[in-house]
Write a protein that binds this ligand. Sequence first.
Ligand code: SF4
Ligand code: SF4
Length: 401
Amino acid sequence: MHILPASDVTKFPGFPRPEIVQPRRETRRAPPVAEADVPEDLLSVPGSPRDRAQEVFFARHYREPNFKTGKLNLTYHKVVEAKPGYVNETYRTLVEKYGDLIPRVNAAAFSYHEREAAPERDQAADLGAEIRAKAAELGVDLVGFTRFDRTYVTRETKDAALFKNAIVLCRAFDWDTTHRAPSVEWDVHSYDTSLALALGALHLADFIRSKGYRVQFIAGTGLPGEKMIAPILPYAVAAGLGQIGANGTMLTAEFGSRLRVMGLSTDAPFVHGKPRDFGVNVLCEKCQVCVNRCPGRALSRIKVQWHGVTKYKIVADRCLPVLRFAECNICTKVCPVQHFGLKPVLEHYAATGEVLGKGTAALETYSLFDKGEFGPGELPRLARDEGGQGLMRMAEDLGVA
Ligand code: SF4
Ligand code: SF4
């Protein structure tokens, strides 16, 4: 397979170009945070607490599999393929809206896995500033640079990782649409954001190749049917963009976790960022709003050491069915760092010792499809046939289990 340039992916009749992917409304970027802004009792370590020797041991002997190939995820896709629209209106809407653009974007991203001959280029160059400027032009909100650490490459793709550097790209969701989750509107917007970011990443990859360097997609496109070679968040944290919250995803000062994150690896040269301490490791211990509000009971109050990293670990089998069938995202919506921005949360904590908005109906209330509205302290009850077991039962009914 040859590499498919981004211009080829979008150059066919009747399909959107990047500029006509649904335009964003208000993203409400909060101001960045310096370490000096973090109250002393919230400081811990830059990035995530990690034990490098253990990370290497697990990578060598018990490397993580690709979570996209987990049993529930595969079953979900089989159910959708067997009966499109049966379980999730989002898929039907996406197919109507984008036709086969999504598979074409996935194919183009994966075509970058091909090994190209090393081109001529200037080894002394630093492409960082040019990449940042180009990414901003392409609608990317945050850019990070780091080493492409092979520790995190999945078991299935460990021989496919080619290059030494990683670029992390983030695009924010609308603030107001995020606050309308769970809903089909929110879910479609999340895929619109993935598509816009994936198209931006394809154009950025073409730009880097035009400078004589090689590129590979690390983390797929975030779209149905994507392929990845490593999860992107460890690289995002290493690049200093944020820290992992109790909701299992990266909290940034500017957008909380109201972001889609994607990544490229490359042999292009640039200066690497460093992990930073925004106070998130300790703040989440005090906050726990997402843990309290998760309808799937998928978030844990305790941190575990997982493959050498100390972190909150999502129970994916509890989250996935709620996330997929109820267009969830409640753990992002109710996060004070997402809702207010990290700076106001830190300032409020410094002044009062309290977490801004915690326990208030304005922050914590949500509606879950036909189950009604749930305020602070209230959670929906999911019957046996609605959670992960409900998914397996659907698969059995359709003969795809
Ligand atoms: S997406 Fe929903 S079910 Fe999954 S962890 Fe977040 S709040 Fe819980
Ligand atoms: S809701 Fe609170 S505990 Fe959860 S990720 Fe946000 S800050 Fe951390």
